[in-house]
Write a protein that binds this ligand. Structure first.
Ligand code: TPP
Ligand code: SF4
Ligand code: MG
Length: 303
């Protein structure tokens, strides 16, 4: 195993307003360690538009542009263009949005920016619901989950949207999934993304103890189990959407353990859990099949 290369510099300070064990907060801390101080954030409505603190206070040492729910990607593209016009080609502009703001409400602006290959990093921290407004289902909420709009008797019956497939269909130079349980991998992916031109999309799995009915101290271990139970594969997609690499070097753990640790799945019967286990295995096989079909085109990355 190579030595860890996590920078000691902190661009996120104490005093933020997140709940204990918030995965979204860990995600920001690690992402900024990788990106460095020449970073500008564009944040639409989400928990993170609150977490950094009320103006003029902030827990981040980089500038933030707060924007509307629908417009993270287009605002980021405009900010990047403005910086370039002023002669600043160095600052990386990052749209930082939740799953609601990415999978649902901001998908039009994101799709437009990706199709134009705008020079931005778009990061979705995924806590699998609209958490800031009190835990409503999004199209990222997993099948079987309780939320306030999918109450126990009507738990979510639709599967989670396959967002990286949608992004891969835009033929952008870099797409990755990452997890707060694997900070070195997350940092490596942000470093790689920083050095690529064009639209880069990073999807971070970020547990929300409040919305998942989970003890805060289990947040990171739940993120790890999501990977080892094959619920959230760690993937890199390069060469304009054509080459998939899937991380498989882990000891698999049961999906059942992952589900049963979280209050949002408490209502599921044994039979329903078996069905979800099978569905997760099918999804995993689908992702691995994409890796097997990958076409390597040297030199295309970042084109
Ligand atoms: C157009 C619009 N609709 C609804 C809201 C209310 N709202 C603010 S944050 C939020 C939830 C955001 O969910 P997500 O993007 O998943 O981020 P999270 O809160 O989970 O971090 C909602 C519904 C809003 N600000 N603007
Ligand atoms: S509700 Fe969830 S995502 Fe929002 S600050 Fe609390 S733990 Fe973080
Ligand atoms: Mg969310």
């Amino acid at each position: 195993m190579r030595p860890a290369t996590i920078p000691t510099e902190e661009l996120m300070t104490s005093g933020h307003l997140a709940c204990q064990g918030c995965g979204a907060t860990q995600a920001m801390r690690f992402a900024l360690k990788a990106l460095g101080p020449k970073t500008a954030l564009v944040i639409p409505a989400c928990c993170w538009s609150v977490i950094d603190g009320p103006f003029p206070h902030t827990s981040l040492r980089v500038p933030i542009f707060h924007t509307t729910f629908e417009a993270a990607a287009s605002t980021a593209a405009g900010l990047k263009a403005g910086l370039e016009m002023r002669g600043d080609a160095e600052t990386v502009v990052v749209a930082w949005a939740g799953d609601g703001g990415t999978f649902d409400i901001g998908i039009q602006a994101l799709s437009g920016a990706a199709e134009r290959n705008e020079d931005i990093i778009y990061c979705c921290y995924d806590n699998e619901a609209y958490m800031n407004t009190g835990i409503q289902r999004s199209s990222s909420t997993p099948i079987g989950a309780w939320t306030t709009t999918t109450p126990v008797a009507h738990y979510k019956k639709r599967p989670k949207k396959k967002m990286i497939d949608i992004m891969a269909a835009h033929s952008i130079p870099y797409i990755a999934t990452a997890s707060v349980a694997y900070p070195q991998d997350l940092i490596d992916k942000f470093r790689k993304a920083r050095n690529i031109k064009g639209t880069r999309f990073i999807h971070i799995f970020a547990p929300c103890p409040t919305g998942w009915k989970l003890a805060p101290e289990l947040s990171v271990s739940m993120a790890r189990q999501a990977v080892t139970a094959k619920v959230f594969p760690l993937v890199e997609i390069t060469e304009n959407g054509r080459t998939w690499r899937v991380w498989k070097d882990f000891v698999p753990t049961p999906v059942r353990d992952y589900i049963q640790a979280q209050g949002r799945f408490r209502h599921l019967t044994d039979e329903e859990i078996v069905w979800i286990e099978e569905e997760i295995e099918r999804n995993w096989q689908e992702v691995v099949a994409r890796e097997n079909l990958s076409i390597a085109i040297p030199g295309l990355e970042g084109a």
